[in-house]
Design a protein around this ligand. Structure first.
Ligand code: 1CP
Length: 341
């Protein structure tokens, strides 16, 4: 047993009430985040300035005492580190020049660790500053999800440009996924060495693929990251979030080698309970329930606890909290899960 409950659950322990943290727990629904964000020249400047990244990471911990803090950064620092022209348009989202012919060969994996040094600095400071019982998570984007932004140059609703790329340029995609997997493994090892207690791999766009593409583009690259990290850091605790994987959640943990699988809110609870027999799960309240308020929160939490409360569970939402959620309803969620409301 450690003194960080979430780390014990990731190792397979059942803890009641379950430890809780929330995806996007630092972010625009918090007034103190919006205030801090004003002082940054750009979103990437925010991510690469340890004072700001550290402060944003602390904000939700101070308010709610979540059982884990997640480093404030973004999955798209990776294409930035690889030399793509990433920027964020306020109110819209990320933008970069879509990958053209020959661009994959001109990526700069040798620069990744030095470019991301400010992130390691933020992790180091956070681990010394956070309460001892608060776990610290590092993270990266999964290769497929990061590739979708590099190929389309922006977020899209169905990743049609990346699916087309996959059929038209399969060798190019395979090369890109390998470069991203290897650079991401180095990046995660750097975060673990700086003090992260666990790392999470976000595959937010794994739900747009057929069974063969899911295997090739999601399972294989995540396994490649896990194998590389474990070859150097055998005890690394690793979580993955293959959002929208549906049926493909079955066997995912075993195939990739991750310790814990994060479930989105579309995963049926009966199926979630079957997955939980294979290993710890995290999830999966619909974020819109927090926006809707107390009655919707109670109903959703009760259902999840009935189905998953007797096994290893980290309570979380099924995706990130949205900017329109009220901070007081988040407070209610935390207290309700802990049996204090
Ligand atoms: O100006 C702002 O404040 C921009 C909003 C914002 C924030 C708060 C972005 C832009 N990123 C973040 C922080 C962030 N992103 C964190 C750390 C904060 C925390 O969780 O508390 C993390 C872990 C991420 C991860 C991330 N970024 C993912 C994976 C998880 C998920 O939500 O699916 C993805 C897909 C991104 C890309 C991204 N970054 C930002 C936006 C708006 C998007 C989505 C773009 C799109 O697809 O349209």
């Amino acid at each position: 047993m450690s003194n960080r409950k979430i780390i014990d659950v990731i190792g397979g322990a059942h803890i009641a009430p379950p430890p809780i943290w929330v995806m996007r727990q630092a972010g625009r629904y918090l007034p103190e985040y919006r205030e801090l964000r004003k002082s940054a020249k750009s979103f990437l400047h925010f991510c690469y300035t340890p004072d700001m990244a550290v402060e944003a990471t602390h904000q939700p911990i101070r308010r709610y005492g979540f059982d884990a803090a997640i480093l404030f950064s973004d999955i798209l620092v990776m294409p930035d580190a690889l030399g793509r022209d990433v920027h964020f348009v306020t109110g819209e989202g990320p933008r970069m020049t879509p990958l053209g012919d020959g661009d994959v060969d001109n990526l700069t994996p040798d620069n990744v660790l030095s470019h991301l040094a400010p992130v390691f600095e933020a992790v180091k400071r956070l681990r010394t500053e956070l309460p001892d019982e608060t776990a610290l998570f590092g993270f990266c984007g999964a290769p497929w999800t990061v590739a979708t932004y590099m190929i389309a140059g922006r977020g899209t609703s169905d990743q049609a440009p990346s699916r087309l790329f996959m059929y038209q340029k399969p060798d190019e995609l395979a090369k890109l996924l390998d470069i991203l997997a290897d650079a991401s493994a180095e990046y995660l090892i750097g975060q673990l060495d700086a003090g992260a207690d666990a790392v999470k791999i976000f595959d937010s766009w794994s739900g747009v693929l057929d069974e063969f593409a899911f295997e090739a583009n999601c399972v294989r690259p995540v396994k490649r990251i896990v194998d590389k990290v474990r070859a150097q850091r055998p005890d690394a605790k690793i979580i993955a979030f293959p959002k929208g994987a549906g049926h493909f959640y079955r066997g995912y943990r075993e195939k990739t080698g991750v310790d814990m699988v994060a479930l989105d809110w579309s995963v049926p609870l009966e199926f979630a309970a079957e997955l939980q027999k294979e290993g710890p799960v995290q999830g999966n309240l619909d974020p819109q329930r927090v926006v809707a308020g107390q009655a919707a929160i109670r109903e959703g939490v009760d259902r999840i606890m009935d189905a998953l409360g007797q096994g290893p569970l980290v309570f979380n939402l099924g995706h990130g909290i949205t900017p329109d959620a009220k901070p007081e309803d988040m407070d209610f969620l935390v207290r309700y899960v802990r049996g204090e409301a």
